[in-house]
Design a binder for this molecule. Structure first.
Ligand code: HEM
Length: 547
């Protein structure tokens, strides 16, 4: 065993730490040991230099070097992420809002792959680097989803639930059941139910078409997506698609209000949310009302189980047998025969309702946008649907969906350019943790993987501003951290298989029967105060295609 002292390039040699290196160690082994000792998130970033800047490429040169060895990170000295100088009180608010997606892009170009922003007293770091994203998203001793007061989900944090809670004991339980309910194997059995709900929109579109009326895209897709999720999660018919005028169910208005108020609260600082009036109070009220509704709906399903008893099943079988997620949660037992505790079931169901429709409604609205904006793509998709004899009566098995290859490319490209999620945030768990590129953060610092900027990164995407479904050839496979509409790592989306199936069915249903055009040509705006990216002023005219 040999001993050598190592310090980070850019830090004083006096900070060097002694590391034991087995005599027969490979270069990789030395990198691994040094990364561990200096809290460098990945050994792959590590290289060794002398104080004169000479690179040490052999184990013996590293071990036998007479002085402490400097450790470069991807060739860099360590550095603190930079950002624009904050103004008093508002910080960088006016540098970032209202167009935070593009402004973040501008700041990455100016300050590098990891930037520091401060808005109303909240400091958040962002990255547009897939390498850094990988290190923050994998859930490790260095980074975890811990929702502290700087985290974008702080206002609606709920440590009893997936999505809204820290990676803690409750998350482990909730995640075990929730992810088992939505496996790739289980999701196809919801295709029929999903499709039955989706085709109800044809009646709404027929009525609007007969009246020669256009509609706000998001207002309608919110109804469609929540109609589907109401059934999928709670077996509840929200009657959103009975007519164009059908009102939104309280379950949905509460959740939409809750997210809207949260964004207002989190973009202005913690004190704002604690006020006994205004958005902070509305946030608390809508949350309470939403949970009352949920409890009532769960009771209805329990009553039904009392009348028509159904067996408890192991997780996998329950997922294949369940009528809806609540039915799964009530009947699924783990390997020890344990069921999910009631309070966790309630908290997780609430999150699944919310995460289920807020995301898919935005995604559907962007799909309408892409259909309207790229009529050639719409024509190609229609041709594919006709060639495959797709109608509203088609039974959508995985084998049928697999044949719709152009539809799949269109969906992937829309989720790249217009993914609804943009801000998975993770929190540093130790001081002086070193990320790829040499960026150093401290315990409690929140870093967001800026999905939008990654999906437009010119080093990853050829002609990123071009909507090009054809880029998705079978050989084109961006890495897991380069294309991640559903995030990646231990806390990534567990509803992605359901969402993708639903969006495929949505496209097949709409495009087969309707020609989609945008009304007016004003630039499309998105809501900067919302947790997800959704178009606010997209108006669509849907014309029935001749049979
Ligand atoms: C297009 C649709 C969707 C998109 C783009 C999307 C995106 C995402 C993203 C980016 C995350 C990570 C959030 C973070 O790290 O903070 C996430 C997590 C999650 N998603 Fe989705 N999602 C979609 C649909 C759904 C659906 C339909 C459901 C359930 C019905 C769902 C349930 C969840 C849950 C429970 C988590 C949290 C997992 C955990 O805490 O470990 N999502 N989703």
């Amino acid at each position: 065993m040999a001993f050598q002292r190592f310090h980070l390039l850019g830090a004083e040699p006096s900070t060097a730490k002694e590391v034991a290196v087995p005599t027969s160690a490979s270069f990789k082994k030395v990198q691994i040991e040094v990364a561990k000792a200096l809290d460098i998130t990945t050994y792959k970033s590590v290289s060794f230099t002398t104080s004169e800047g000479d690179v040490l490429e052999k184990v013996e040169d590293v071990v036998e070097h007479p002085d402490a060895v400097a450790v470069a990170i991807d060739g860099h000295a360590i550095r603190k992420p930079q950002g624009p100088a904050p103004l008093p009180v508002v910080g960088n608010y006016y540098e970032i809002y209202p167009d935070h997606l593009h402004n973040h892009g501008r700041l990455f170009r100016k300050y590098g792959d990891v930037i520091k922003t401060e808005v109303m007293g909240k400091v958040v770091y962002l990255t547009n680097s897939p390498g850094v994203s990988e290190q923050i998203l994998i859930e490790s001793p260095y980074f975890s989803k811990e929702i502290n007061s700087n985290h974008p989900l702080y206002g609606i944090r709920n440590n009893d639930a997936v999505f809204l809670g820290d990676t803690n004991k409750n998350w482990v339980v909730g995640h075990k059941y929730a992810s088992a309910s939505m496996t790739g194997k289980a999701i196809p059995h919801y295709a029929k139910m999903t499709h039955n709900e989706l085709v109800k929109v044809l009646g709404v579109l027929d009525t609007l078409d007969a009246r020669d009326e256009s509609f706000n895209a998001y207002s309608l897709t919110l109804k469609i997506a929540s109609q589907v999720i109401g059934k999928f999660t709670l077996m509840r018919d929200l009657h959103h698609l009975d007519s164009p005028e059908s009102p939104l169910d309280d379950l949905v208005t509460d959740m939409v209000a809750l997210l809207g108020y949260n964004k207002q609260v989190t973009s202005r600082g913690e004190w704002f949310g604690k006020l006994p009036f205004g958005p902070g109070k509305h946030l608390r009220d809508s949350s309470g009302h939403f949970h009352e509704l949920l409890e009532k709906q769960l009771q209805l399903i329990k009553d039904d189980h009392e009348k028509n008893p159904r067996p408890d099943l192991d997780l996998e079988t329950a997922a294949m047998d369940a009528d809806c997620l609540a039915d799964f949660f009530l009947r699924a037992a783990d390997e020890n025969g344990d069921k999910i505790p009631h309070d966790l079931m309630l908290a997780n169901l609430g999150v699944l309702v919310g995460a289920g429709f807020t995301t898919t409604s935005s995604a559907m609205a962007w799909l309408l946008y892409a259909l309207a904006k790229y009529p050639d793509c719409q024509d190609k998709m229609l041709q594919e649907l006709v060639d495959n004899d797709i109608t509203k009566d088609t039974e959508f098995t995985p084998a049928v969906l697999e044949k719709l290859t152009y539809l799949e490319k269109f969906l992937k490209e829309t989720l790249r350019m217009h993914g609804p999620s943009f801000a998975p945030g993770r929190t540093a768990q130790v001081d002086n943790v070193v990320l790829p590129g040499g960026y150093v953060l401290n315990k409690g610092d929140v870093v967001i993987s800026a999905l939008y900027s990654i999906h437009y990164h010119p080093k990853i995407w050829n002609n990123p501003e071009r909507f090009d479904p054809e880029r998705w050839t079978p050989d084109f496979k961006p890495s897991r951290y380069e294309y991640m509409p559903f995030a990646a790592g231990g806390r990534s989306c567990i509803g992605f298989a359901f969402a993708l199936q639903e969006l495929r069915l949505f496209l097949a249903t709409i495009v087969r029967y309707y020609d989609i055009c945008q009304v007016g040509d004003e630039p499309i705006e998105y809501d900067p105060e919302f947790q997800l990216i959704r178009p606010t002023n997209l108006y669509i005219r849907a014309r029935r295609r001749p049979e």
